[in-house]
Design a protein around this ligand. Sequence first.
Ligand SMILES: [Zn+2]
Length: 121
Amino acid sequence: MSSRDPKIIAAYDTYKMNLPKECPFCVLGDRSIAEAFKHFNILYALFPYSRWDDRPVKHHLMAVPKRHHTIFEEFSDKEARELLHIMTVYEKRGYSVYARAPQDTTRSVSHQHTHLLLLER
Ligand SMILES: [Zn+2]
């Protein structure tokens, strides 16, 4: 289970009520990129979780494909290989990995994204 701080929840609720027409992961605007790969950007979560698995979250990133995909099945072989590479790199850095299915109503952006969560030990 995930949770957010009350201030983040309020900001997230406001964001969800005023969702942009464009996909927020296709149109990044001035959003800063933590790390860029050929097919993926690693983005800072705008509304980071404060807790995951009942533990405090130190850092919340997301691996986002540069092309608009909604499910893993749509990935090219090169994209799929790169995501596995990214998960391997971040796993070595201590991050846990999570992605919601499109049927999950908690998922707010249809553009596939994989959460990278660094937890307090
Ligand atoms: Zn998109």
